[in-house]
Design a protein around this ligand. Structure first.
Ligand SMILES: *Cc1c(COP(=O)(O)O)cnc(C)c1O
Length: 360
């Protein structure tokens, strides 16, 4: 049975991207692979707004999220927490045996720059983790404001998760001074899951060189060494690199500004639709994500029933709330390859499902 996902990851994958994956395999130490790897670097740097290399990891984002901690934290890490993924990052740091503490905000509230400054000023930390776009509650923190604070503390390295915002809006790594910027394939890049992309500053590599216990699979120095040879440390998921190359062509053809504008426009289309039906945004005003919307279920709709009908009758799936927000919120993704037509088909279908359930 086939249906289309409008959940915030994995997102729907185009036929072109799927076809790109079914090319014959090449040896990962062959000159063909080196040519493939090197051919995507320039376009990746444009998307990351960086002069640094962009590494390709065969893992989901969490691999690099954990790896960043193991490569960079010597003293203590501050984990900015305002949703499921950022909350878990503190747990992961502790499971790695690192000294860590959390700067906690309610789910749906952005990370507060003033509280962030107070915490960093304590002098305890040599790194922090931050999620730009908390997918679990659709909350986008003010990254430029937070990075301005971070730049006041040059001894503290910044690890920024842009998993669900990357390529949906401009995130200027070098200009903002981000030390590790990471993303995954199955969100706004609209590729299947299994590939993580990350770019590391020179000073973060220098720090890593002084850290023991980096392990092997996510060792930043291994990534850098292999990068210089146009390769990855271990056998990468070559089909997804083919898919990435195809996707980078798509992004170039559309144009970055057009891509960002499309995400903003479709995001607003969904918001206007929901507001017109008496729902409100779950995250704080002015901090809604641009790649998805998380709505409070203010109409008390039976979200499980909505999704069941939506899938059975229309072949679409939305998200009925993440973790503790299940049933209280619902999320609709507009990231990736969506268009005015695909979003309006979803919203028309949702109207028909809601009417069938007696919600007007
Ligand atoms: C999806 C997501 C992750 C986790 O990605 P995995 O692919 O499951 O490792 C991390 N952070 C954010 C913000 C996400 O949206």
């Amino acid at each position: 049975m086939s249906y289309k996902l409008f959940i915030p990851g994995p997102t729907a994958v185009s036929a072109k991207t799927l076809a790109a994956m079914s090319q014959p395999m090449i040896g990962h130490r062959s000159s063909d692979f080196v040519a493939l790897y090197n051919s995507i670097q320039a376009d990746l740097r444009v998307l990351f707004y960086t002069k640094d290399p962009v590494y390709v990891s065969t893992s989901s984002a969490w691999g690099v999220m954990e790896g960043s901690l193991r490569n960079l934290v010597k003293k203590k890490v501050l984990c900015c927490m305002n949703g499921a993924f950022s909350d878990k990052w503190l747990d992961v740091a502790q499971r790695c045996g690192l000294a860590a503490s959390g700067l906690k905000a309610e789910w749906g509230q952005p990370v507060d720059p003033a509280a962030f400054r107070r915490e960093l000023a304590s002098g305890q930390y040599d790194a922090f983790t931050l999620i730009h776009n908390e997918t679990s509650c659709g909350c986008q923190s003010d990254l430029p404001a937070l990075m301005a604070v971070a730049r006041e503390f040059p001894e503290v390295l910044s690890i920024v998760d842009t998993v669900s915002s990357f390529s949906g809006l401009a995130i200027r790594k070098d200009e903002l001074g981000i030390d590790v910027m990471l993303t995954g394939s199955q969100k706004a890049l609209a590729m299947p899951p299994g590939l993580a992309l990350f770019s590391v500053s020179k000073r973060a590599l220098e720090r890593a060189a002084t850290v023991t216990g980096r392990g092997y699979y996510f060792d930043f120095l291994e990534f850098q060494k292999n990068h210089e040879a146009g390769m990855t440390p271990s056998t990468p998921v070559i089909p997804l690199i083919y898919a990435l190359k195809s996707k980078l062509e798509d992004i170039k053809a559309e144009g970055l500004e057009a891509r960002y504008a499309r995400h903003a426009r479709l995001n607003k289309t969904v918001r206007d639709w929901a507001f017109g039906r008496g729902f409100r945004l779950f995250p704080r005003e002015g901090h809604g994500s641009v790649t998805l919307n998380c709505f409070a279920n203010t109409r008390n709709v039976d979200l499980a029933a909505v999704n069941k009908e939506l899938k059975a009758k229309h072949g679409f799936v939305i998200d009925g709330g993440y973790g503790k927000l299940k049933g209280q919120t619902f999320r609709i993704s507009n990231m990736g390859d969506e268009t005015d037509e695909t979003m309006s088909a979803l919203l028309t279908a949702l109207d028909s499902v809601l009417a069938g359930l007696g919600v007007k």
